[in-house]
Design a protein around this ligand. Structure first.
Ligand code: DOR
Ligand code: ZN
Length: 361
């Protein structure tokens, strides 16, 4: 019997953490094996706030690519209270910067230099709107009074609705959405730019499509399922699956693969982040199959995100095979090791051919 195959146009990861140094060296090849391009998050220490820092970081990524790899990093800058309209213009002129990332100060990993009050960046947002530069949002309030499970919904109601109204033509991606409320918000924004691309979009991670918050507590505390925004109830997971598999071009793939060494996760105060670069497409295929929607995966993974960012569709393909595959228990990472999401589990899909595939999986 021949295996069932699923061939996709080479996909893009529209939300990725690659880190730096030895961590970059060990994380990058996993993404390159699956994706042609990725929007690279700027929350390094120190954060990537200036154009020259992004140019240098991009060069380090290119230098860390495995020999013969065909991969394009799409750089972003980290918004701070000091980001000026002039800097937005420089970023646009650089040709390598594709978006600005908004971290509310204190919301997540390396967000200490983030924005303390949205009004402070209104001049920068005005320039971004004028220049067609997308704003990528980590949409969570940091107010300690707000329950951690409500922080995304409260961000939308307290901040995003007003921001959307103040900048009706700004291209916005609400990143790694986790709630029905977020999906509804995106769906309610129907405006498009002059290329016909949506002005309001959202990325969806594989972990939020596959897991609800029980995963963090099943049989004990499971730090590898802890990320931000945190996993939510099953009804929200179902709403995210609805959005991802609906064929709506406002929802596209962004893994938010966020590597942290095992020791930083399995700790009294474990870091937020799921490492999914190793098995991203396998995880998404597993999620889409739950809805008999594998025919929708190509658009979600390879077309909608590129169209939003005004990028050409990739050439070439990757093929997944319907065959059991065990996720490795751990992998080498920055002189220690790292635990991928669903380590040790059997997934029903396996990447069978891709440019630059590593032989050791
Ligand atoms: O879980 C997360 N990890 N969420 C984020 O927003 C940041 C990321 C990281 O950089 O580790
Ligand atoms: Zn992220």
């Amino acid at each position: 019997m021949t295996a069932r195959l699923l061939t996709l146009t080479r996909p893009d990861d529209l939300h990725l953490h690659l880190r730096d140094g030895a961590a970059l060296r060990d994380a990058l090849p996993w993404t390159v094996r699956q994706f042609a391009r990725a929007i690279v998050m700027p929350n390094l220490k120190p954060p990537v706030v200036q154009v020259q820092q992004a140019v240098d970081y991009r060069n380090r990524i290119l230098a860390a690519l495995p020999a013969g790899a065909d991969f394009t990093p799409l750089m972003t800058l980290y918004l701070t209270d000091a980001t000026s309209p002039q800097l937005v213009q420089q970023a646009r002129d650089s040709g390598i910067i594709h978006a600005f990332k908004l971290y509310p100060a204190g919301a997540t990993t390396n967000s200490d230099s983030g924005v303390t009050e949205l009004k402070r960046i209104y001049p920068a947002l005005d320039a971004m709107q004028r220049l067609g530069m997308p704003l990528l949002i980590h949409g969570e309030v940091t107010d300690p009074e707000v329950d951690v499970f409500d922080r995304e919904a409260v961000f939308i109601d307290r901040h995003l609705v007003a921001l959307r109204r103040a900048f009706p033509a700004l291209k916005i991606v609400l990143e790694h959405i986790t709630t029905a409320h977020a999906a509804d918000f995106v769906r309610a924004c129907g405006e498009r730019d002059d290329r016909g691309a949506p002005l309001q979009a959202a990325t969806l991670t594989a972990h939020h499509l596959l897991h609800n918050r029980n995963a963090m507590f099943s049989g004990g505390l499971r730090p590898h399922y802890y990320c931000l925004p945190v996993l939510k109830r099953e009804r929200h997971r179902q709403a995210l699956l609805d959005a991802a598999t609906s064929g709506d071009d406002r929802f596209f793939l962004g893994t938010d693969s966020a590597p942290h060494a095992r020791g930083a996760k399995e700790s009294a105060c474990g870091c937020a982040g799921c490492f999914t670069a190793v098995n991203a497409l396998e995880l998404y295929a597993t999620a889409f199959e739950q809805r008999d929607a594998l025919h929708r995966l190509d658009d979600f993974a390879s077309r909608f995100g590129a169209a939003f960012y005004g990028l050409p569709r990739n050439v070439g393909s990757v093929t997944l095979e319907r065959a059991d595959w065990q996720v490795p228990a751990s992998l080498p990472y920055a002189e220690t090791d790292i635990v991928p999401l669903q380590a040790g589990d059997i997934l029903p899909w396996r990447l069978s051919s891709a440019p630059g595939q590593r032989a050791d999986t």
